[in-house]
Write a protein that binds this ligand. Structure first.
Ligand SMILES: *Cc1c(COP(=O)(O)O)cnc(C)c1O
Length: 397
């Protein structure tokens, strides 16, 4: 009996993708082994974060890096770093930002649930632009002059959510931010693959970039990496690390924290509540190593191996159409899209009956209103393809 069953919790097949509510994905054995090994030894956690910084810097091309409990945690730390800088007094007062630069500019069309992380640091979000192109009313989005117009002496940062559709282009935003000496924080949580995106946003001038550890990277579900400017990573580290230590005993690794730049030893900061253990740090670093080693083409092949048997089983059915989006583009995560074609067929009902199946199968419901079911290969194993195929045939017949 597995450990979940002992608690009366049934395991599910996650064909939705790396959703936190569905517990993310299945880690490769090497990542699990690294976490197990990490759990058997103790280390100085700041030293481990300094080593992580070097590894993340190598993989991303940024000056420095850090590990926290998710991309959202990294965004909160990034915002806190931009607001407090290297001032221990400000760090101690967050999220109370009175008297500090506390405005973070954001393009209105990029607002999403995760910007709560930015507000949690004490920032006020200043929205700019009208997303006409999403409203069905026009073609435009925020313009760079509108972003520039919103900059005041209270501006702490510009927050940019990277996505294929994001406008204006990141390079335009970082160029104007540099003119005003304002840092740009990029949410790139779900921007892998392609692998080249690990370096892309820093190369395009972002000061801080957050990636999810638990999505395509394949690390522990509760991990994320932040990479960027050395002074900002230092501030993020100071607001995250456990600092319950006598001042004279505190000798943090200089590559991560330059103690002499500080007027005193900060207290526990706002990030203390999103701590990571040695297990998560070693897990996400191992995942990062494997992610960099494996080419986009090999990863794409591995994902297709999970989708193709399902697609083949469905191809004989007359009441649905199937398509694998991104089948021939190795820089994409391929998706199996099933369109129900029988009159009165309900994708809502099919999705609900898959959830009730044994084992329970969760597909991506985001296109249910168009009569489509989407199978995302990221979080199930090849061995589950037969079960998914069988239950799909029952659910849509
Ligand atoms: C998933 C996601 C996050 C949060 O990532 P976690 O690692 O789960 O904290 C933030 N922003 C975007 C755009 C995401 O897709």
């Amino acid at each position: 009996m597995n450990a979940y069953a002992k608690l009366g919790v049934l395991t599910i097949i996650n064909a939705k993708g790396a959703a936190t509510r569905l517990s993310g994905g299945i880690m490769r054995p090497e990542v699990t082994a690294a976490m197990l090994e990490a759990s058997q030894h103790c280390v100085d956690i700041a030293e481990l974060q300094a080593a992580a910084s070097r590894e993340i810097a190598k993989a991303t091309g940024a000056e420095a890096g850090y590990v926290a409990s998710g991309a959202a945690a990294c965004l909160m730390l990034g915002a806190a770093a931009c607001i407090a800088g290297l001032d221990p007094g400000r760090m101690a007062r967050l999220p109370d930002t009175r008297g500090m630069k506390n405005e973070i500019i954001m393009i209105r069309s990029q607002r999403n649930f995760y910007d709560h992380a930015i507000r949690a640091a004490g920032a006020t979000i200043i929205e700019v632009g009208l997303p006409d192109r999403y409203a069905g009313a026009g073609v435009r989005d925020a313009e760079s002059w509108e972003i520039e117009d919103a900059i005041t002496e209270r501006t702490a940062a510009i927050f940019y959510v990277a996505d294929a559709q994001s406008q204006p282009p990141l390079k335009t935003v970082t160029a104007l931010a540099k003119r005003h000496k304002i840092p740009v924080i990029v949410d790139a949580a779900a921007q892998l693959p392609p692998q080249s995106n690990l370096k892309r946003f820093s190369a395009e001038g972002a000061d801080l970039v957050a990636f999810s550890g638990g999505k395509v990277l394949g690390g522990p579900q509760a991990s994320g990496i932040l990479c960027g400017r050395k002074d900002l990573i230092m501030s993020a580290a100071l607001q995250h690390l456990d600092l319950d230590i006598y001042e004279d005993m505190w000798n943090p690794p200089k590559s991560l924290i330059h103690k002499r730049k500080l007027k005193g030893t900060p207290q526990h900061g706002i990030g203390r509540s999103c701590k990571v253990g040695k297990e998560e740090i070693m897990g996400v670093l191992t995942a990062l190593e494997f992610f960099v080693k494996e080419s986009d083409a090999m990863r794409h092949e591995r994902w297709l191996e999970r989708l193709l048997p399902i697609a083949e089983g469905l191809s004989k059915l007359s009441h649905c159409q199937i398509e694998i989006e991104g089948e021939h583009d190795s820089t994409m995560l391929p998706l199996l899209v099933i369109t129900l074609t029988k009159p009165n067929a309900s994708a809502h009902k099919a999705i609900a009956s898959l959830i009730k199946a044994k084992p329970s199968i969760h597909v991506d419901p985001s296109r249910r209103d168009q009569g489509k079911l989407v199978i995302n290969p990221l979080c199930f194993e090849k061995a589950s393809a037969a079960s998914i195929q069988k239950q799909l045939i029952l659910a849509i017949s």
